[in-house]
Design a protein around this ligand. Structure first.
Ligand SMILES: [Mn+2]
Length: 401
């Protein structure tokens, strides 16, 4: 009795003193059976995992993790990871099979637009009517681009030879897809032949990569009276829409050259100011409401604000006036980040600022409905579809008030 009591005290040390021996015997047996059962279960689990492992395809990279010596030599717990690895590898296997058979996920939007009847409407009845829509993000963009201002050919015909793919009037559309954007680039101009050559040399290669359906319109002011940039932009808008069913305008100074091809000249949801960071201004935005230099607008937004004012003769004011018009119509000026919307400005002597510009700026709101696109009058002296651009020479009547 004492010996068995002492052996009992080994098994269950905490309660040996106060309890009698015979009450512990069944518990002892029960514990033994439970431990045996746990052991058996454990062994059978190991066998099951061993069988599963033998089915696994060793060529898949995810299983190489499971087959590493460390996992093998370690305790059985490590095998618990294998079913997970297997499901991951099966996932990848199924994915790769899908790709190889061409069963890829279809973008519902693209699919919808590939419907021929839809493209017929969007494609403006042109040759590209049957082509699929171009990708939303052009694939050939590189980010920063080299702006060439040093080796500019001395004649237009030399530049023309560099761009044989252009249609008359400086028009381009992607050959293999229907562009999502029909964009008229409108450039007010007078007597800056060297700037124009530099601009055309750089802008055509820049825009081609962006898969746009675009045309370049150089609107030249006739005579040597004060320059009216805003009115020339209005003329450009009117003339561009006579040529083609453009969806938006990019109003572009001839002396600004984009430095990053992610700066997309697409039609913006909200009016977009594009020349955010200019080298001459140390790549900083001079003020928040600025809309000069380069800016883009949908045709409907342009019409909504009645275009630009025709009253700004000489330098300055017209860009702030359109900015006020946009605000009045509850349109917002959107911008790309400054590291993308970067421009190089060509050097030129400063034009004479218009001393009256503030007067017209202050009264701008009152004039918006009467002064602009709907009151535009001009005399078109010439229109030529040149190789690199559509040239429009225009005489602007100098009307006061
Ligand atoms: Mn300038």
């Amino acid at each position: 009795m004492p010996s068995s009591l002492s052996s009992m005290s080994l098994w269950v040390p905490g309660i040996r003193v106060s309890m009698a021996l015979h009450t512990y015997l069944p518990i002892k047996v029960l514990l033994f059976i439970i431990i045996c059962l746990i052991g058996l279960q454990y062994l059978s689990l190991l066998q099951v995992n061993e069988r599963r492992r033998s089915h696994v395809n060793r060529s898949l990279f995810t299983l190489n993790w499971g087959d590493t010596p460390t996992l093998h030599s370690e305790s059985g717990r490590a095998y618990g990871k294998i079913p997970l690895l297997k499901s991951i590898s099966r996932y990848f296997e199924e994915k790769s099979n899908q790709n190889s058979t061409g069963v890829d996920e279809v973008d519902p939007e693209i699919d919808e637009h590939m419907n021929p009847s839809m493209v017929g409407q969007v494609g403006n009845g042109s040759m590209s009517g049957e082509l699929p829509q171009c990708p939303m993000i052009p694939p050939d963009l590189h980010g920063p681009v080299k702006v060439n201002v040093r080796q500019v050919p001395a004649t237009m015909s030399e530049i023309e030879q560099l761009y044989p793919h252009l249609q008359p009037g400086g028009r381009y559309k992607p050959p293999n897809c229907t562009s999502r954007h029909r964009v008229a680039i409108i450039v007010p101009f007078r007597a800056r032949e060297d700037h124009l050559r530099t601009f055309l040399l750089n802008i055509h290669s820049f825009l081609k990569k962006q898969l746009l359906d675009y045309g370049i319109f150089i609107i030249e002011q006739y005579g040597d009276g004060p320059f009216n940039r805003a009115m020339l932009l209005n003329v450009g808008a009117a003339e561009a829409l006579k040529q083609y069913d453009y969806q938006c305008f990019v109003f572009h100074d001839v002396d600004l050259l984009p430095e990053d091809d992610r700066n997309l000249y697409t039609c913006p949801v909200q009016p977009r100011h594009m020349s955010v960071a200019i080298n001459n201004f140390l790549y900083r935005l001079p003020y928040d409401d600025i809309f000069g230099g380069v800016s883009a607008m949908k045709v409907e937004h342009y019409r909504e604000v009645n275009g630009f004012s025709n009253m700004f003769w000489g330098w300055g004011g017209e860009d702030d006036d359109i900015s006020n018009r946009l605000r009045q119509k509850k349109l917002y000026i959107s911008r790309y980040p400054a590291n993308i919307a970067r421009y190089k400005m060509l050097r030129h002597s400063k034009d004479k600022a218009n001393p009256e510009r503030f007067k017209y700026l202050y009264s701008g709101a009152k004039r918006m409905s009467k002064d602009g696109y709907n009151s535009l009058k001009y005399k078109r002296i010439d229109l030529l579809l040149k190789r690199l651009y559509t040239w429009i020479l225009v005489d602007l009547p100098h009307l006061k008030r």
